[in-house]
Design a protein around this ligand. Structure first.
Ligand code: CP
Length: 310
């Protein structure tokens, strides 16, 4: 009997994920990190399954960590990158996914520039789908690794405050964190220039401010976001120099945060734009810890969806 398909089928966003299931997934990440500390970093959990990574948009961290995560759990990996594929000849998303599905792929990990593409892949393939980032809509495994990194630092998420500063408008990371962290009892403060700060993101556990000093004042974690020029129409931003002056996460801004506050960034960083070199490489930075945790979180997600409820 195939192991695929047990439990909740997809991770597209957090709408259907209860707090208890999210906490179980984070707890299971501890086990996966322990596996990665062993001399032989491999378990048989996904033996016999084939995981397809279908990336229609570039990635360093998400793609490599998912592929490693699948291999660490003994799955076969079908690695598809649109840039070197027949997508450049006009092949549609549907035909691409149906073609890959014909190789007996058991689950897909999908990144696409269009919001909602991961949902479409779930329909076209009929297989479990993990959203590895769709347009500006959602990047759930990034938010999970962010949450895990904060919990690892402070022991719990309940009662913690996370300030997210930058290009909130175009950020799927900000949206997924704003969806996830309040479910886990944390407060989110979204901050950026008014044109990059959609008012409709405010809600239960999520507040907005254009004042970066105010945003970091009570923050336990401060996350800087990249200006996503590739998704930005003209008119959203004045000059980069003005942006840097008001919103760059640097030592001067961090001086307004509590001493214990840690610094996060989902990557890739545009150094000395949204984040200064000294803060990126400084003692409060947990950026490489986020990367390290990403592999274990993604192992936990694969386990949760394809083997059991974690
Ligand atoms: N944070 C993130 O999604 O990075 P990549 O684009 O390198 O995958």
């Amino acid at each position: 009997m195939s192991k695929a398909g047990s439990g909740l089928r997809h991770l597209l966003d957090f709408q259907e994920w209860s707090t208890a299931r999210l906490l179980a997934l984070l707890d299971n990440t501890d086990t996966m990190l322990a596996v990665l500390d062993r001399p032989v970093k491999k378990v048989p959990a996904l033996q016999g399954l084939t995981i397809g990574t279908a990336f229609f948009e570039n990635s360093t961290r998400t793609r490599t960590s998912f592929e490693l995560a699948a291999r660490r759990m003994s799955a076969d990996v079908l690695s598809f990158a649109a840039g070197s594929s027949s997508v450049s000849k006009g092949e549609s998303l549907r035909d691409t996914i149906e073609t890959l599905s014909a190789y007996k792929v058991d689950a897909f990990i999908v990144r696409h520039h269009a919001s909602g593409a991961a949902h479409q892949v779930a329909r076209y393939s009929g297989k479990p789908v993990i959203n590895a980032g769709d347009g500006r809509r959602a990047h759930p495994t990034q938010a999970l690794l962010d949450a895990y990194t904060i919990r690892q630092e402070f022991g719990e998420l309940a009662g913690k405050t996370v300030a997210i500063i930058g290009d909130v408008r175009h950020s799927r990371v900000a949206r997924s964190n704003a969806e996830l962290l309040p479910k886990l009892g944390a407060k989110v403060i979204l901050c950026g220039p008014a044109p990059l700060l959609p008012r409709d993101l405010a809600g239960e556990g999520v507040s907005l401010t254009t004042d970066a000093r105010q945003a970091v004042q009570h923050a336990d974690a401060v996350m800087a976001l990249r200006l996503q020029q590739e998704r930005m129409d003209t008119g959203y931003l004045g000059s980069i120099a003005d942006y840097v002056k008001l919103y760059q996460l640097n030592e001067a801004l961090l001086a307004h945060a509590p001493d214990h506050a840690i610094v996060l960034h989902p990557g890739p960083i545009n150094r000395n734009v949204e984040l200064s070199d000294d803060v990126a490489d400084g003692p409060r930075s947990r950026i490489l810890k986020q990367v390290e945790n990403g592999q274990a979180v993604r192992m936990s997600v694969l386990y949760h969806l394809l083997v059991g409820r974690g």
